[in-house]
Design a protein around this ligand. Structure first.
Ligand SMILES: *Cc1c(COP(=O)(O)O)cnc(C)c1O
Length: 373
């Protein structure tokens, strides 16, 4: 059997162990400590001025806290990109709020500003007043944040940026994670850099960062005994995992380079198969190319490629099944234009790890060519 090629495996350098060893050497095995602070500081330095980072134990937790801090409660409506991973939408349900799903546009595969505004107008006509909007940078491609922000402002919506997989992506030099009122990252094992499990909430004020950490550490009031006047959560990142993050932050530039090189390789090598299409970066957009995706001409051809690769021990995956079609979410309102349905039907994510070798990449494109011709 050929060596297994995974979709997007963790890529650890070894350097991370130094920071973990420090935790043991200095006896800082408690949940808080130097690594967490340093990891937050290095993310803050990367994102630039006026961005404050709270390190958490997952991207999902970060979305939950963003919604909580946006004031979302039982029965509130939250507009949410349909074309995404379920973790974007699940925290809406944790709060007893109602997701309203919004379809995508063609140029970035992310939330369509046009559909968003249409949905808001319709919700208002129905006597509902949505409170927040969550849009995503799918597979690392930034959404049209300038247009989404104008709409959010016009209708007084809190804008939440799911940048779980988009660390390193930018639009006209502005970094993903910094476009909304709140941004979130994930450091799950499959992301561009990893703590094996972790996330971060990005805000534009130090006070909000402190409030997020307050919620994430069981909402303890200032008292010598345990005193609580708000619901608390156990969402803080551990000091050991933050040590991995510290080491990984130093590798971000090289990981970005490798992911982008994968995309370029696929695009160049598969150019001769004109029926396969790639998502191009619109002018000013810079994607970290977290996952390299192709659009095939039909569901049948997509499945020929996917199943053929599987036989060769190569993992690939259909693009997101939109939330408006998931059994847990399909009873909620949705505003659709067919784009996310089409992406799900014909799209495929190819192996995209930063540790793919040239031989791995050659093997993948050779197999795809053989399967199609
Ligand atoms: C990975 C991911 C998440 C969830 O992050 P976790 O750290 O796994 O909780 C949320 N949204 C998107 C778009 C993701 O890719």
């Amino acid at each position: 059997m050929n060596k297994k090629i995974w979709l997007s495996p963790p890529h650890i350098s070894g350097n991370e162990q130094k920071y973990i060893r420090e935790v043991f050497d200095t006896n800082w095995v408690a949940p808080l400590g130097l690594n967490v602070t340093d990891f937050e500081n290095s993310l803050q330095a990367y994102l630039g001025e006026n961005n404050y980072v709270a390190a958490l134990n997952s991207g999902t937790a970060a979305i939950h806290l963003a919604l909580l801090m946006a004031g979302i409660t039982q029965g509130d409506e939250v507009l949410c990109q349909s074309f995404t991973f379920s973790a974007t939408a699940n925290p809406i349900l944790y709060l007893g709020a109602i997701p309203v799903f919004i379809d995508s546009e063609k140029e970035t595969w992310n939330m369509s500003p046009k559909v968003l505004e249409k949905a808001i107008t319709d919700r208002l006509a129905k006597g509902k007043k949505p409170k927040a909007v969550i849009a995503v940078n799918s597979y690392g491609m930034p959404a049209k944040w300038d247009r989404l922000a104008v709409i959010a402002k016009k209708y007084s919506l809190v804008l939440i940026e799911d940048a779980a997989s988009a660390l390193g992506s930018k639009v006209n030099g502005q970094k993903c994670g910094t476009f909304g009122d709140f941004g979130i990252f994930s450091f799950n094992g499959n992301k561009i850099i990893t703590t094996l499990g972790g996330g971060a909430l990005i805000t534009s004020s130090e006070k909000q960062k402190e409030k997020a950490i307050f919620f994430a550490t069981q909402s303890r009031d200032n008292a010598p005994h345990y005193q609580h006047s708000e619901i608390g959560y156990n969402y803080r990142m551990s000091n050991i995992l933050a040590g991995i993050g510290r080491g990984q932050m130093k590798l971000l530039a090289s990981r970005l380079k490798a992911r982008r090189a994968n995309f370029k390789f696929y695009k160049t090598e598969l150019a001769e198969i004109t029926t396969l299409q790639f998502l191009e970066e619109p002018t000013g957009f810079y994607s970290n190319q977290w996952l390299s995706c192709i659009m095939t001409p039909s569901f049948e051809i997509r499945e020929i490629i996917r199943l053929g690769l599987e036989q060769q021990n190569i993992e690939s995956r259909p693009l997101w099944k939109p939330m408006h079609r998931q059994p847990i979410f399909d009873k909620y309102p949705s505003y659709l234009n067919g784009i996310s349905d089409n992406l799900f039907e014909k799209g495929l994510c190819l192996p995209s790890g930063s540790n793919l070798t040239e031989a791995d990449l050659e093997r993948i494109v050779t197999d795809i060519k053989a399967l199609i011709q």
